[in-house]
Ligand binder design. Sequence first.
Ligand SMILES: O=C(O)/C=C/C(=O)CC(=O)CC(=O)O
Ligand SMILES: [Ca+2]
Ligand SMILES: [Mg+2]
Length: 407
Amino acid sequence: MDSWLDLDPDAPFGLGTLPYGVVSPSAGGDRRVAVAIGGQALDLAAAAGAGILGPRLVTEWFAADSLNRFMSTGPTMWRELRERLVELLSASRHQDRTRGVLVERQSLREWLPWDVTDYVDFYSFEAHAKATARIFRPSSPELPPSWRSLPIGYHGRAGSVVVSGTEVTRPRGQYLDDAGAVVDGPTRKLDIEAEVGFVVGVGRDGPARLQEDVLEDHVFGVVLVNDWSARDVQRWEYVPLGPFLGKSFATSVSAWVTPLVAFDQARVEGPPQDPLPPPYLAGCDRRGIDLRLRVDVNTTTVAEPPFEGMYWSPAQQLAHLTSNGARLRTGDLYASGTVSGWEPGQAGSLLEASLDGTVPVVLDDGTQRGYLRDGDTVTITARTGRGPRVDLGPVVGRVRPPLAEPF
Ligand SMILES: O=C(O)/C=C/C(=O)CC(=O)CC(=O)O
Ligand SMILES: [Ca+2]
Ligand SMILES: [Mg+2]
């Protein structure tokens, strides 16, 4: 389907994506929910107010600081709005009225699109799990004993989630120096993790065990995530309770949430699972999404990790997350785990790509990176690998120098 807008087919975001975000005029003004189309944004608060969305899609959901109210309405309303948007942007009879609520995205400030309630990070890429184990735990087995039995994860810090474009200050922390002495100082191993995040629209109180459409019933949309990590801090603190301050200083997400339904034609069966996990996992939808990620450091593409190889599907992650009765709430975010493939150039972190800094990555300008330098800008984008083009991202972050000594 074509739009009457003159859209560049080689650029995000076409009619197949229609991602939601929260914006305000850069010059000042209220925040509102918008949908991105090409280089423009359709102001949904204005559209609802002007009566172009139809009577069931009410202004209060969109004249808001976050997507949470609209996300909580559920799949029927999500579908109704998306179908209406496609109609408005493709049928030329709607052109005049619709143009009146379009704004150039360049003139807008982008905000964190939803209020993040809880944040979980999984660990579901086998290539990543094995590569990190070889570096962090060289004398242990490559996969923890439970890895093929359940999707391993940890609870992150919801308040540390920031929108794309937010600068990331190099964190301080404790770590061991080369001589094995404990240091408290700015991290020397600032890293990224390229991940795909799932945003919960509809919560639930009980376990999502063996529910057929567990993903479609609860997940509103998909974002890109950069789980910034201070590897020296992480390594010193994580035994036995897992990631703590080495990851809680910032987690960046894209400003645009792409609806889950946009990926219908890019869904793919994940790798075979052996041994078969318990029925509440084995009975879930096993499909992932065929997405190609791209990680740039400044102007150099340093990795193109494939998302389709994820071992545990997003439906299985959701079923596991709620299997003990843990509440799911509107605004919960769960991330896939670092997306890494088996081939060179497919690592979603510098820890893997540079083997903990020992084999630096070379950038276009000839400089080398074991880990990130102050001033570096990291950009992650993704698009579907099959079916119509659907885009995710970007998630962008620039590294700022550490704060001065606190004492
Ligand atoms: O293997 C480890 O000890 C640590 C791994 C991570 O840092 C990864 C983590 O945050 C989970 C993931 O992104 O896959
Ligand atoms: Ca992570
Ligand atoms: Mg929390």
